[in-house]
Structures are given as structure tokens and as C-alpha cells.
Design a protein around this ligand. Structure first.
Ligand SMILES: Cc1cc2nc3c(=O)[nH]c(=O)nc-3n(C[C@H](O)[C@H](O)[C@H](O)COP(=O)(O)OP(=O)(O)OC[C@H]3O[C@@H](n4cnc5c(N)ncnc54)[C@H](O)[C@@H]3O)c2cc1C
Length: 413
């Protein structure tokens, strides 16, 4: 059923009791052409584009929990494309272009809000970093503005520009912003299912069967399944899945947490990030301040972070915005992020034939969701990388052709 004002009025007559289910819970079939492991935004999006743009008919998405219950539903929803390197600019800008039409493409409001994002600079060195990145963005056709202190003070009136962390300026991307994370998973799930994709929740992949170097099947908590191709998109557990197929990934899995305040009236109409003092904040449509920081410094598969990180993000927040100091914090949560040495993702082939992987998005993959899913679908379908996904191969960690975004953005969201 198409979501429209007409159907909204029609369903109001029956007190909204007769809406169709957005997606169903089919049984696992014994065989699929393509199985996507991981029902986050990237996995569901991949299935959607495989069905829609490449006409693949027999696809399943296997999710060990509930769709969107991984990092897709746990992140702080920052979307931007002002990365340093050309390869990253191409990937993340492809995503922003798709974000702009995503609600109408999926017939599902993902609440994409291009409210602008300010990367604050607190020192001469920070100013040099944002200038370098800003000029690189100009060259790549990415909208960017380098602001001085007075411009920042005028545009963000509650920001303390003369405090313990003096503000020298900022890099502004006006096309950047936020979206409703759950809606992205739900929108892709609904659209994929309408194209015949089986979305199977509570179905954990426990083994990967390889014969003569080619993937041939999966062992799951709901039984065995034969496959022609598999796309692994299991953020937080990429190394675990890779080990099942007999290879290793250059990945560290670490907790990353975020928190929200009690809801307040609109006070912040943009996204603020400070890489050097390690905090970022935006205000959700419900009124809560959504706050995040860097990841924990130890490896873990627990979906919760350590207490000192909470203190670490609150201290600079109140220095930058003294007006927030008496707000109560409502809740905090964590996710597990897979971090590569160069802080760029891995999208492409694996040592096993017809087994592809999309992982390593670390602390910043939500923004890439449509772009990543789109290029990964093409990579899986053709069996070869695309122009955009090519530089993000697993192979780069052996050849040395890294896409080093680590130094360019200490907080890589
Ligand atoms: C606190 C926090 C804040 C963040 N903030 C931002 C931000 O502001 N902006 C940004 O761009 N990014 C941010 N990120 C990163 C972003 O959330 C992720 O990079 C992105 O959501 C990854 O999406 P995904 O679809 O690949 O993964 P997920 O949504 O995690 O999906 C992977 C799925 O795979 C499933 N899975 C794992 N193992 C198996 C198995 N064996 N069998 C079946 N299923 C399996 C998991 O259950 C999970 O649902 C943040 C992350 C966190 C944790």
C-alpha cells in the first residue's frame, strides 16, 4: 500500500486498524540467489537495490536480532560528506545525493533534515586542518564554508567561543544534517519486501560453507540454506563472520556510546562537532539533545560503553554550551563499531569466491547508508567493484593504498 494523504484519510475512517504490515516474517527457504547477512540499513538497502536496479529475484536478508537493532538504530544520525580524500568524497557525496531523494524513493519519510554541520576549530592547528579539508572539498565539488570566529559566534548564539576551548572558526557544510535512523531501516525493509525480498529476523548465521574456494551455503539458527552469492554486512561482528569463512579482517571492534537529554524547546538548529575536544551534539525533532563522543579504547562485543566516556563527553559539552549545564540526561546506550586502521570502510570481494563484504564503517557509517548499499549491490551483482567502491577493497590493506581519513577527522562521525 502506498503511503499517501489519501490512504491516511481512508485509514482514519477505520481508526488506523487496517494498515497493511510494513513487512512480513516469511520462513527461510532452502535456497537463495543472494543472501545478505545483517539487517541494518546497509544490508537492507543492498537487498533493495539488488532487487530494484539489478532485477535479482530470490534474495533474503538474515538478521540475528531485529532489523535496525544494530548500529543503525543506535547512532547519532550525523550525515555529511566533507571528508578529506577524493575517494571518500566520491563515496559520501554519492550517499548525500541519494539521501536527498530517499523519502520519495522509498515512499517512507526518513526525516532527512539538512540543517548544516559545524566542525569547530579550537587552535591554529585545527584551523589548518579544516582549511586543508575545506579546500579539498571545494576541489571535489562538495559544499563547504570556512568560517572565522565572529561568523561562528553569530550563527550559533549559545556557543561559548571564549571559554576553556576557545573557538577560532569552523568548517560548515550546509547540506549536512541528520535523519531518523529507525526509519531508514524500516523504509528500506518495506521497499525491499515489496520487491519480493525475504526479511528474516531472529536468524543468526553460525557457519559459512565453502567448497573449492566458493561460498555455497550458510548454517543458521533456522537451518541450512544453499546460496549462489552472499553479501556480509554485519557491522560489529564482521571479523566473526570472516573467521567463519576462513579469513581475517584488519578490524578492531570497540564500543561506541551516545546519550540523549530530556526534551527541551528548540534551541539548536544545526549539528555541532568538535574533533579536538571530542564531543558532538544536535537536537532531535522530539527536543532531546543527542550527544556523542569518541569510542572506548578497548576491544569488546558488549553493546555498552564505559562510564568515563560519559564524563568525557559531558565535560566539553558544558564548556562549549554552559546553557546546557542544568539539563538532565535521559538515557545512554552503546553499539559495537568495527574500526579499520585507516578509518575507511571495506567494500568488495573477499578471498572466497562469490562472498562479498561491506564493513569497517567504524564510528561513521550511518551517513553512507544509501551510497554504501547502492555501490555494494552493484559490486555483488557484477562480482566486481564499481568506480566508487574500488578504492575501498580489502586488498588495500596489503597493497598499502590506504584511504587515510583517521588524521583528517579524529571523531569520524
Ligand atoms: C553510538 C553510535 C553513534 C554513531 N553515530 C554516527 C553518526 O552520527 N553518523 C554516522 O554516520 N555514523 C554513526 N555511527 C556509525 C553507524 O551507526 C554505523 O556505521 C552504521 O549504522 C552501520 O550500519 P550497518 O547497516 O552496516 O550495521 P548495523 O545496523 O549494525 O547492522 C548489522 C547487523 O548485522 C547483524 N548481525 C551481526 N552478526 C550477525 C550474524 N551472525 N547473523 C545475522 N545477523 C548478524 C546485527 O545484529 C546487526 O543488526 C554511530 C554508531 C554508534 C554505535
Amino acid at each position: 500500500m502506498k503511503y499517501s494523504i489519501f490512504n491516511l484519510v481512508k485509514n482514519s475512517l477505520s481508526y488506523h486498524q487496517n494498515w497493511e504490515k510494513a513487512w512480513n516474517s516469511p520462513d527461510l527457504k532452502s535456497e537463495y540467489d543472494v543472501v545478505i547477512v545483517g539487517g541494518g540499513g546497509h544490508g537492507l538497502g543492498t537487498a533493495y537495490y539488488l532487487a530494484k536496479e539489478f532485477g535479482v529475484k530470490n534474495i533474503a536478508v538474515l538478521e540475528k536480532g531485529w532489523i535496525g537493532g544494530g548500529n543503525t538504530g543506535r547512532n547519532t544520525t550525523i550525515i555529511r560528506s566533507n571528508y578529506l580524500w577524493d575517494e571518500s568524497a566520491a563515496l559520501y557525496n554519492h550517499a548525500v545525493n541519494l539521501w536527498e531523494g530517499l523519502s520519495s524513493e522509498l515512499n517512507f519519510n526518513v526525516m532527512f533534515s539538512q540543517r548544516g554541520l559545524y566542525h569547530l576549530a579550537h587552535s591554529i592547528h585545527d584551523m589548518q586542518e579544516i582549511s586543508r579539508r575545506g579546500y579539498s572539498n571545494y576541489l571535489n565539488g562538495i559544499d563547504t564554508e570556512i568560517l572565522n570566529k565572529d561568523q561562528v559566534a553569530k550563527q550559533i548564539p549559545h556557543l561559548n567561543v571564549n571559554g576553556r576551548y576557545p573557538v577560532h572558526g569552523a568548517l560548515l557544510q550546509r547540506r549536512a544534517g541528520t535523519a531518523r535512523h529507525d526509519a531508514v531501516a524500516w523504509g528500506y525493509a518495506r521497499a525491499a519486501e515489496s520487491l519480493g525480498v525475504d526479511i528474516i529476523q531472529n536468524c543468526e548465521v553460525k557457519g559459512i560453507n565453502v567448497s573449492n574456494g566458493k561460498v555455497v551455503g550458510l548454517e543458521t539458527s533456522k537451518g541450512s540454506v544453499k546460496v549462489d552469492k552472499v553479501g556480509l554486512v554485519p557491522a560489529g561482528h564482521s571479523s566473526v563472520l570472516a573467521n567463519m569463512a576462513g579469513f581475517n579482517l584488519p578490524i578492531n571492534s570497540v564500543p561506541l556510546q551516545a546519550l540523549v537529554s530530556e526534551p527541551i524547546k528548540p534551541i539548536l538548529d544545526c549539528v555541532i562537532m568538535s574533533n579536538s575536544v571530542h564531543v558532538y551534539v544536535s537536537q532531535s525533532d522530539k527536543g532531546e539533545l543527542v550527544v556523542g563522543a569518541g569510542s572506548d579504547s578497548y576491544n569488546s562485543y558488549s553493546q555498552r560503553g564505559s562510564f568515563d566516556m560519559i564524563e568525557h563527553m559531558m565535560a566539553p559539552l558544558v564548556e562549549l554550551f554552559p546553557i546546557f549545564s542544568r539539563l538532565k540526561m535521559l538515557r545512554s546506550w552503546g553499539g559495537i563499531v568495527d574500526v579499520t586502521p585507516d578509518r575507511s570502510p571495506i567494500i568488495g570481494k573477499t578471498p572466497v569466491k562469490d562472498l562479498f563484504i561491506n564493513c569497517g564503517w567504524g564510528t561513521g557509517g550511518f551517513k553512507a547508508t544509501p551510497g554504501s548499499a547502492h555501490v555494494f549491490a552493484e559490486t555483488v551483482f557484477r562480482g566486481e567493484p564499481t568506480d566508487i567502491s574500488g578504492p575501498f577493497s580489502l586488498e588495500r590493506h596489503f597493497s598499502g593504498a590506504l584511504v587515510d581519513e583517521a588524521a583528517a577527522a579524529a571523531v569520524a562521525h
